[in-house]
Design a protein around this ligand. Structure first.
Ligand code: ZN
Length: 283
């Protein structure tokens, strides 16, 4: 497969709390959970460190054993990041660094995928485009999000910041709980709660292309409604992931205060990886 990948920090922010990587046959995107000012986490390292460490361990583990179950790769990577905290941090703290994880691996005539939390995988199988996502996150946070984001307070205002803090506290209570949602943090059990599956690369319903997206990129469809999912795949294919992110930046700037599209941040870190499994025959 051919992979095209871009990851950009939100404009004005020094650290990118997203991460994307591509090895031959193995692709991943991660979206670290941002911590609003005033919220404790029990960790001295932070989300940007967490996503880098987790991605590094995933890549190393895959290189050692390309056939391992994706859930095992992730569970082991979580354990190894726990060690990387070096005993300095309280890993039982509900605000311990956390990240979504979406992985795709090509194995012979199929792809295997793993989706944990809200970084969707969009798959083109010819007649149909399918979005593979983890519905538990949306179910757990939809109500608190709707309550916090009413479009009445401008992004950056004191009221908006307070709403952000309150929703982050509520979200922590639901993190990695059976009645909440699962995300990669310090508990390796989360890996076994991920959405996993395999799809064929042969036959009529073969996967032609797939995109792994953090919500800073998938918002092009889900929030800003710039195009549908097939349109997003088409833009990625013709113009590339950087262009998709540029389109999102324009949309974010067209609603700077978030009155029209209520959201947590003016800009979000954004990552998109397009995987192409078929090329047009060359003349
Ligand atoms: Zn730490």
């Amino acid at each position: 497969m051919e992979v095209r990948l871009a990851s950009q920090a939100a404009p004005g922010r020094a650290a990118n709390e997203d991460y994307g990587f591509a090895l031959p046959g193995f692709v991943g995107v991660l979206d670290g959970v941002s911590v609003p000012a005033g919220l404790s986490t029990g960790c001295v390292h932070g989300p940007a460190w967490y996503v880098r460490r987790l991605a590094t361990h995933l890549a190393h583990a895959y290189a050692r054993n390309t056939d391992a179950a994706l859930t095992d790769l992730l569970a082991n990577a979580i354990e190894l990041v726990n060690n990387d905290h070096g005993g300095q941090c309280d890993l039982s703290h509900p605000g311990t660094p956390a990240s979504t994880v979406s992985l795709l691996r090509q194995t012979g005539e199929r792809i295997d995928y793993l989706v944990l939390c809200d970084s969707p995988l969009v798959v083109d199988q010819g007649e149909k485009v399918t979005v593979l996502t983890d519905a538990r996150f949306e179910a757990a946070v939809a109500e608190m999000r709707a309550e916090a984001l009413t479009g009445q307070s401008a992004i950056g205002s004191a009221d908006h910041a307070e709403r952000l803090l309150q929703v982050a506290i509520k979200r922590q209570e639901r993190t990695n709980q059976p009645d909440g949602y699962w995300i990669s943090a310090a508990n390796p059990q989360a890996a076994h709660e991920a959405i996993i599956g395999s799809l064929a690369l042969r036959g009529d319903e073969r996967v032609r292309r797939a995109a792994l997206l953090t919500d800073g990129a998938s918002c092009a469809v889900e929030d800003f409604e710039l195009f549908d999912w097939r349109g997003l795949l088409d833009l990625l294919t013709t113009d590339g992931p950087d262009t998709l992110i540029s389109r999102v930046r324009q949309a974010e700037l067209s609603d700077r205060d978030g009155y029209a599209r209520p959201r947590y941040k003016r800009h979000d870190d954004a990552t998109a990886a397009l995987c192409l499994f078929e090329r047009e025959p060359q003349p």
